[in-house]
Design a protein around this ligand. Structure first.
Ligand code: ZN
Ligand code: ZN
Length: 147
């Protein structure tokens, strides 16, 4: 039996709303991090015009339930994306000029993080997850400054 979006939301202990369903639909289709204004624009295409406060509340509960992940950008802005499944775990490069986000992964980095986590475990710390952001200028913004 195929699990529907509603089942997924309910299984994570959340109250099912059309807005939650559509938010997850948008993220699945777009496959990249979105800011709140970008998400609002995408939702408009589904004829949904939620109030910003409502949208923030829904995003917060989706993040809390582990369905979405929140990325804090350099300038205090936030973006959201679908919480990664283990197999497409990755990290982010974030452009400080235009907030462009580029995904990357590095197996050696993962090994190093695992080693670090085991070292911490010996001190009684249990690491469940990690996130890593690199900041700088993306290709387009580098070109603009060197001109
Ligand atoms: Zn940029
Ligand atoms: Zn990692």
């Amino acid at each position: 039996m195929q699990t529907t979006r509603r089942d997924e939301i309910r299984a994570n202990g959340l109250h099912v709303t059309v807005l939650k369903e559509k938010i997850l639909d948008v993220f699945e289709k777009i496959e990249e991090p979105l800011s709140v204004p970008e998400l609002l624009k995408a939702l408009n295409r589904y004829r949904l015009t939620p109030h910003k406060t409502t949208l923030y509340r829904e995003l917060e509960s989706l993040v809390g339930a582990g369905l979405l992940e929140e990325l804090k950008l350099h300038d205090g802005l936030r973006s959201y994306e679908l919480k990664h499944e283990k197999e497409n775990h990755h990290h982010h490069f974030i452009c400080e000029k235009c907030s462009n986000v580029i995904d990357f992964n590095n197996p050696q980095l993962e090994t190093l993080i695992k080693k670090t986590a085991s070292a911490l475990k010996r001190k009684g710390v249990s690491v469940r997850n990690h996130a890593l952001n690199l900041y700088g200028d993306c290709t387009q913004c580098s070109l603009k400054t060197s001109r």
